[in-house]
Design a protein around this ligand. Structure first.
Ligand SMILES: NC(=O)c1ccc[n+]([C@@H]2O[C@H](COP(=O)([O-])OP(=O)(O)OC[C@H]3O[C@@H](n4cnc5c(N)ncnc54)[C@H](OP(=O)(O)O)[C@@H]3O)[C@@H](O)[C@H]2O)c1
Length: 352
């Protein structure tokens, strides 16, 4: 299977050569034309994205009159986003699991008094209910404009190495967490005709082997967001999903991921260890290093810019796939035949 991509490339090259040498073969010409059409589609998609990215993205007027809840603000994207929204004049309710964590201190020190930190574990219905009451009590004259469901975790790996409880834990935070928070704040959003934003993941549109609980939870979140958009449009509430590619945060920390994989491997039965031999695991770790250590960008500007546009932009998109690599992968994932996309995804993640 490792050589399937090269076989695909060789087959494609042979077709182009055959079309060139034997122009009377109409089937070959048809295949080449179809391939060229696919390529043209991908390039047109990327050009359209480029044009959109180069245009300035205007914001809504009167941001000082709006309040937004962001979950998972202790670090990474949530922390940067809360600071950016605060700098724009939006009143931010920054949800954190632990209000005494370093991220909370950083928000208190660097942001205006309009930003309020509150304890919010999205797996805890009592925290979610308390968050609604806290917002109602502290919103003052502002309208409650948006919920940004950003909190997320990753845990687990390959199917046979991952206990079912881990699937539940990741699902409970990434998928059900978004459901709980959105459900609780819907009455306020209905009143303002506001927005729901989901910080999803590239893996919520491009399924990846080796991170099954996370991929499953993000696909569920995407389905929830898409169906909810159709359900609440009658209230004037809009729903937006942002799919970040790979950025350096604690969620994508290579050493943590490696340690987790080693732990799962140690705990696995001999039967599983024999099936997934050391050589195969070494290939997966090599791919993990590329995706979690070499490729991720240190700057969080791309996802944060897109989430800002989704939350307070004047003409927000429904979907944002962040960054050029993300857009390219997405264009290929959605245009290539599934079997070809499967082979490529398996190859680049070390599963071929
Ligand atoms: N970084 C990337 O490349 C990337 C790519 C695709 C998608 N994303 C998505 O972006 C979002 C933010 O992730 P990040 O990259 O910024 O990673 P991060 O720095 O680890 O941030 C995750 C945040 O979620 C919080 N969180 C975890 N479980 C929670 C719970 N039960 N209740 C409330 N908050 C909880 C964490 O709080 P604690 O400090 O308490 O754990 C932390 O504040 C996630 O939804 C993630 O899936 C990130």
């Amino acid at each position: 299977m490792r050589y399937s991509v090269w076989l695909f490339a060789a087959a494609w090259g042979s077709l182009v050569a055959a079309a060139w040498l034997l122009p009377q073969l109409w089937l070959v010409r048809l295949l080449v034309a179809a391939g060229s059409l696919l390529l043209t589609g991908v390039i047109a998609h990327l050009l359209a994205e480029l044009a959109a990215a180069l245009c300035p993205r205007p914001l809504l007027p009167d941001l000082r009159g709006k309040a937004v809840l962001v979950t998972g603000c202790s670090s990474g994207i949530g922390l940067s986003l809360a600071k950016r929204l605060d700098a724009l004049g939006v009143a931010v309710f920054a949800g954190l699991r632990n209000p005494r964590c370093p991220g909370a201190a950083e928000l208190r020190q660097t942001c205006s008094s309009n930003l309020r930190v509150l304890q919010l574990d999205v797996t805890r219905p009592d925290h979610v209910q308390h968050a609604v009451e806290f917002v109602r009590d502290n919103i003052g004259h502002r309208e409650f404009w948006a919920v940004v469901n950003n909190a997320g975790i990753t845990n687990g790996a390959l199917l046979e190495l991952t206990p079912a409880e881990t699937f539940h834990e990741v699902w409970n935070t990434n998928a059900l967490g978004g459901v709980r928070v959105t459900q609780a704040f819907m009455p306020l959003l209905r009143r303002s005709k506001g927005r729901v934003v989901f910080v999803n993941s590239a893996l919520g549109v491009m399924p990846s082997p080796g991170v099954l609980p996370y991929t499953m939870s993000k696909f569920a979140l995407r389905g929830f967001g898409d169906a909810l958009r159709r359900e609440v449009r009658r209230w004037g509430v809009s729903v937006h999903s942002v799919f970040p590619f790979f950025y350096k945060t604690s969620l994508t920390d290579y050493d943590t991921a490696l340690k987790m994989l080693d732990n799962l491997w140690e705990r696995s039965s001999q039967e599983i260890k024999d099936a997934y031999d050391e050589r195969f695991m070494a290939g997966i770790k090599k791919a993990m290093k590329i995706w979690l250590f070499d490729r991720p960008k240190s700057s969080l500007a791309e996802p944060v810019d897109d989430i800002i546009d989704a939350t307070v932009g004047a003409t927000p998109n429904l979907y944002y796939v962040t960054g050029w690599m993300g857009k390219l992968h997405y264009a290929l994932e959605t245009r290539l035949p599934r079997s070809v996309a499967d082979v490529i995804a398996s190859y680049v993640t070390g599963f071929s």
